[in-house]
Design a protein around this ligand. Structure first.
Ligand SMILES: [Zn+2]
Length: 248
C-alpha cells in the first residue's frame, strides 16, 4: 500500500519500507530535487544516517549499473544511468522525476535494493526488466522481490503523437490495455504498462505497489513536466525519490 507520511512530506510503500530499508517519494513542497543540496538538507532534516548520496544522471535510457561504493565522497553522480542495484549499506540512491515514473525495488532476503527512472523511453526499453534481471543474477528469487511504482503522469493527461502510439501498440499489443483512445486523441497509460511489464517479467501482482494519483492533475502535491514546463516554467521543478538500506 502507498501511504502519505506528513512529517517527512513524502509518500512511501509499505512493501518497501520496513526492516532496515527506508525510502520515499517526496512531494513538491520539499523543493526542486534537481539541486543536490535540496536532497542533502532533506535527508539531514529527516535524520537519515548515510555515508553517501548517489545521484543518477538520467538520460531516458535502459542503462543500469550494479553499484559498489569505492570512495569517500559525500555525493557521487552516476553518468548516463537510469537504474541502479546495490547491496551496499547506508548509501542513499536518488532519482528525479516530474511525470516520468520512479520505481523502487527491494529484496529483504538478499539485502538488494534498486531504483529506476521510467519515462516512456525507459518503459519502452523495459528498464524495470533489466533491474529485476540484475537482482536475480545477484541471488534474488523473483518471488521475494518487492516493487513500488511512484507518482507519474496518468493516462488522463498523457496524450501522445500517433506515431508513438502506434509504435507502442506494435511493440506491446492490445493485451496490455495501456494505449487508450478518447475523442480522437491517443493516450499512454504508463502506470498500467509498467505494472504489466513487471508481471510479464515474472513478478506476482501481490509484490507490486502502485501510486494512484496523476502528477499533472495534482498540482498541490507534484511537479509536472507536461503541465508546467512550457506554460509555467518558473513553477517547474522535479520531485526526488530515494531508497537506502540503513543496516550498519
Ligand atoms: Zn491527470
Amino acid at each position: 500500500m502507498i501511504q502519505y507520511q506528513k512529517q517527512n512530506n513524502m509518500f512511501f510503500s509499505t512493501l518497501i519500507n520496513g526492516g532496515s530499508v527506508f525510502s520515499g517519494y517526496t512531494e513538491r513542497s520539499v523543493g526542486d530535487g534537481r539541486h543536490a543540496d535540496v536532497i542533502l538538507s532533506y535527508l539531514r532534516i529527516n535524520q537519515v544516517i548515510f555515508k553517501k548520496l548517489v545521484l543518477l544522471e538520467q538520460i531516458h535510457s535502459s542503462n543500469i549499473v550494479f553499484f559498489k561504493n569505492e570512495n569517500m565522497s559525500e555525493i557521487e553522480r552516476l553518468p548516463e544511468v537510469d537504474g541502479v542495484v546495490s547491496s551496499d549499506r547506508q548509501i542513499v540512491f536518488a532519482i528525479r522525476t516530474a511525470d516520468c515514473i520512479p520505481i523502487l525495488y527491494k529484496d529483504a532476503a538478499t539485502g538488494l535494493i534498486g531504483i529506476s527512472h521510467n519515462g516512456w523511453r525507459g518503459t519502452f526499453k523495459k528498464i524495470s526488466q533489466h533491474i529485476l534481471d540484475e537482482m536475480v543474477k545477484r541471488g534474488s528469487d523473483m518471488s521475494q522481490i518487492r516493487v513500488a511504482i511512484g507518482p507519474g503522469i496518468g493516462s488522463c493527461c498523457y496524450d501522445i503523437e500517433e506515431d508513438r502510439h502506434i509504435e507502442f501498440l506494435e511493440e506491446f499489443g492490445e493485451d496490455f490495455h495501456s494505449f487508450p483512445m478518447r475523442g480522437g486523441r491517443r493516450y499512454l497509460n504508463l502506470l498500467k504498462l509498467n505494472v504489466a511489464l513487471l508481471i510479464r517479467a515474472g513478478l506476482p501482482l501481490s509484490n507490486i505497489d502502485f501510486f494512484p494519483f496523476c502528477t499533472s492533475c495534482h498540482k498541490e502535491k507534484f511537479f509536472s513536466f507536461r503541465r508546467d514546463y512550457k506554460k509555467h516554467h518558473d513553477q517547474f521543478g522535479e520531485m526526488f525519490s530515494f531508497i537506502i538500506n540503513n543496516e550498519g
